[in-house]
Design a protein around this ligand. Sequence first.
Ligand code: HEC
Ligand code: HEC
Length: 364
Amino acid sequence: MSPRLCPVVRSSLIPLALALRLLAPAPVFADPPPSDGSSRAAAGAALYEKYCALCHGATAQGYAADNAPSLVTPQWLSSADDAFMVNSIALGRPDTAMAAYAKQAGGPLSDQEIADVVAFLRSRGPAYVAPQPHAPGSARKGAAIYSSSCASCHGDRSRRADAIHLANQTFLGLASDAFLYDGIARGRDGTPMKAYAGELDPEEIADVVAYLRSWSSGPPPALVRPRGGAAEGPMVVNPDGAAPEFTLRDQTYVPVDEVKRALDEGRRMILVDARVPSDWERERITGAISVPYYETAAVDRIPNDGTWVIAYCACPHHASGEVVTALRRRGYPHTAVLDEGVLVWKQRGYPMSGAAVASSAAGR
Ligand code: HEC
Ligand code: HEC
């Protein structure tokens, strides 16, 4: 089996901190319980391990999957306010691997749980100090600096490259100009983002900030749960079709084009979306069912009758790898990971369904 498939089925482990809290007798408080920052952080650590470590890494240093950024650099912790953190987690970053985790958006976390994860991250480094405002710059001048110095990592307005997509509207809606300026000037220790303070003068940094701001179309998209996309259809796609013939790379990965061809030929298969259900509700491969990477025991509802099961995610292998590992442990004979992931499927214009697809079709 490919070494990229993580052998740990995370969701089967009860986090220690949570288990201890469950075992402890319920305390009786005369007054409201103290909002103890360290127990909040401990609860947040357990949630982090279950939901976030897959991509952001066991110690939140980032880069475990899909170049998910560090969440513990001193520069990030000291310049990101709680609203930025909470809403980045709640709303996610549509069209990237970062899902919306808020319950209101169809994700798994309550407001309190998101606050606990933030308390955990806060416990890992320096306190927030509001970054200093700066004199406004020129977007026109900033455009030239951006394309020569930044686009190679951050992509352009419509395309993410390897680093955080700065054109994402949820990001731009949450990031203040001062936060952007500070991030460029001070960089992020231990990541590919260097400090530009020595290389660009303050006016030039302000110019780049003005250019990034010119991409912004207003406040972040509201935390509204999409409607109409939430009913799962039949589990098997093309139930009367013949089995597809896939050639798997490393015995695990099947290219998007092969899966599309098999669907066009009416082949029988089961498609599993391994992302957070909020992503599945927004936009999924047509016919896919939802089994999130942190609830892999839910694969038990998939019949073990030899039907091909193709799991996918955006990262593009990590979350789907968890699902395929769970299936193979249980002896499902024909399983694969969609190699390039759902974002490439979408780029190719292959069939997608869900609330976001329905609303963009209605807007056309
Ligand atoms: C499937 C992979 C994946 C998982 C799981 C994941 N993230 Fe992310 N996260 C990302 C990626 C990728 C980005 C960068 C998005 C972009 O390109 O703009 C990101 C961005 C973020 C950001 C914004 C950082 C910034 O500086 O802009 C925060 C905060 C964050 N994630 C927190 C979390 C938390 C907390 C969890 C768990 C509840 C989590 N993430 C789970 C992949 C993931
Ligand atoms: C070598 C690749 C690379 C280059 C070049 C680069 N960046 Fe970055 N940048 C990154 C990475 C990677 C991160 C995320 C770091 C982390 O893990 O916290 C980042 C983070 C940032 C952030 C912080 C975003 C956040 O939410 O925390 C901003 C703002 C930013 N870059 C702007 C720029 C600008 C503007 C330029 C050009 C002047 C630039 N970057 C050049 C790789 C790069």
